[in-house]
Design a protein around this ligand. Structure first.
Ligand code: FAD
Length: 449
């Protein structure tokens, strides 16, 4: 029987395993060094914050894997021997494969800062990082102040986590406004304000020069590069992005770039070896997407796709329109299609921005200057319907249609009852239009209720 070996039990690896099992009775083995069972990485923060226990982050019961005849091995793969078709484990010998899926995810970036390996310095990625955070920052008596380095999604999550235990947090963000390489300025500015209102000491335009040890070799302080200021702290969180976790493949003959290089079928340069999820890098980016996409949904879609190929239905990875969601403290963020920040958007991408005068709610809609085609939407504090935007993007609807029919994308009827007219009025005023918002279609009302 053909043996499929999967390295990594994250969303990409387990999705591949589940779908291969649905489609075949092949022998499946998943190897992972992090945890016995799959858990939701995006839920790790809620364990520290006391909203759930670690067991609650596991979407499947422990018996699920045996019942579905999926073997789990807790071990670290140190090498892949592509000639013998085997993976070498650190402690427990080797395992032969007929087909190998590499799904080893990411690791936090470290840029060679002096002091980056001191006690008290850590990333936030793995279950072990969470356990370390419990040791380093159990409360504000042990952790008098934490400094977080790197203003992205994981950095703000770490800040939120520490604040729930009343630990003072300084947040060093190299950019002049939070995540402004991704978010348009109105949104980025709103999140700056929100961070400050949550009593997080946000320092914009501030990057790390070095981490200073005390006499016992623990973190004592950090030095800010731009000002030379020394900030006393006991914990440093390094959250300046992630990189594919592929060091163990260096001498394997598998083509590597930033990640494991794959074609559109998620195949590597070596026959019968595939890569999926955060660790995979497309030879050529798909549309506006990045060659490496370290997001949850990508891992899931790639897992489903590779399962088809492995089970005889060779399938191209076609991710469709970009979408993602996250949270900035208590503000929910959704994005569909492309809304680029001012730092990277072209002149033909026009933005319409609306922000509520008092509450932390806003939307930005992007459209093409010439054709007026709808390009994408970001929403903050407002839930919208994925499938509606997907359809409008497919149908290349124009901005006037989108504004008139926004109610159909509305997930939360309450929101539109209060704000729809203001949004459309602002659009009419910004662009000299006279659009009258349509009521939610009956079909949509039934779907919502
Ligand atoms: C705190 C946090 C919050 C996030 N929030 C969001 C979010 O809101 N939205 C979003 O889209 N994404 C989010 N992400 C990113 C998302 O979690 C990742 O994109 C996703 O988990 C990647 O899945 P994966 O299966 O590719 O890899 P991973 O989940 O990293 O799994 C890979 C597994 O392989 C194991 N492994 C690696 N090398 C070896 C080896 N040599 N031998 C054995 N095992 C190995 C690793 O230990 C790990 O268990 C977040 C990430 C973090 C850390």
């Amino acid at each position: 029987m053909e043996h499929i070996v999967i390295i990594g039990n994250g969303i990409a690896g387990v999705t591949a395993a589940r779908h291969i099992r649905k489609l075949s009775n092949k022998k499946i083995t998943i190897i992972s060094a992090e945890s016995d069972y799959f858990f939701s990485r995006t839920a790790l923060m809620y364990v520290y914050m006391g909203h759930m226990k670690f067991e609650h982050t596991q979407p499947y019961e422990n018996w699920f894997w045996k019942k579905n005849n999926i073997d789990l091995i807790n071990g670290f793969v140190t090498q892949v021997n592509t000639t013998e078709k085997e993976v070498i484990l650190k402690h427990n010998g080797s395992i032969s494969y007929d087909k190998l899926i590499i799904a080893t995810g990411s690791k936090p970036n470290k840029f060679g800062w002096p002091g980056q390996d001191l006690e008290g310095v850590q990333g936030l990625y793995s279950k072990q990082d969470l356990e370390l955070l419990e040791q380093n920052a159990p409360n504000n008596k042990v952790c008098k102040r934490a400094v977080i380095v790197g203003g992205g999604l994981i950095g703000i999550e770490l800040a939120e986590m520490l604040r729930t235990r009343n630990i003072p947090v300084t947040f060093l963000v190299r950019e002049s406004s939070f995540w402004n390489g991704v978010l348009p300025s109105g949104e980025s500015q709103m999140i700056n304000e929100h961070i400050l209102e949550h009593h997080i000491d946000l320092r914009l335009g501030a990057s790390l020069k070095e981490i200073v040890p005390d006499e016992k070799g623990k973190v004592k302080s950090v030095i800010v590069a731009e000002t030379g200021e020394e900030i006393t702290c006991t914990v440093v969180g390094l959250t300046a992005g992630v990189t594919p976790n592929i060091d163990f493949l260096k001498d394997s003959g598998i083509e590597l770039g930033k990640g494991v290089k794959v074609n559109r079928f998620l195949e590597t340069n070596i026959k019968d070896i595939y890569a999926i999820g955060d660790c995979a890098e497309q030879h050529e980016a798909i549309g506006n997407r990045r060659p490496v996409e370290a997001v949850w949904y990508t891992g899931r879609m790639m897992g489903e796709t590779v399962a088809q190929t492995i089970c005889g239905n060779r399938t191209e990875y076609k991710p469709g329109h970009w979408f993602n969601s996250a949270k900035f403290l208590d503000i929910e963020y959704q994005t569909y299609g492309w809304v680029f920040s001012e730092r990277i958007k072209g002149e033909d991408e026009i933005h319409f921005h609306w922000r509520h005068p008092k509450e932390k709610l806003c939307i930005t809609i992007a459209f093409d200057k010439g054709s007026k085609t709808f390009l994408g939407i970001n929403t903050f504090g407002i839930r919208m319907r994925h499938e509606v935007f997907d359809r409008w993007l497919n149908d290349k609807k124009d901005i006037d249609f989108v504004m008139a029919h926004l109610a159909d994308a509305n997930f939360d009827p309450e929101f539109y009852r209060r704000h729809e007219s203001e949004i459309v009025a602002k659009f009419n005023s910004d662009f000299g239009k006279n659009i009258v918002p349509k009521k939610k279609s009956l079909k949509r009302i039934f779907q919502t209720s």
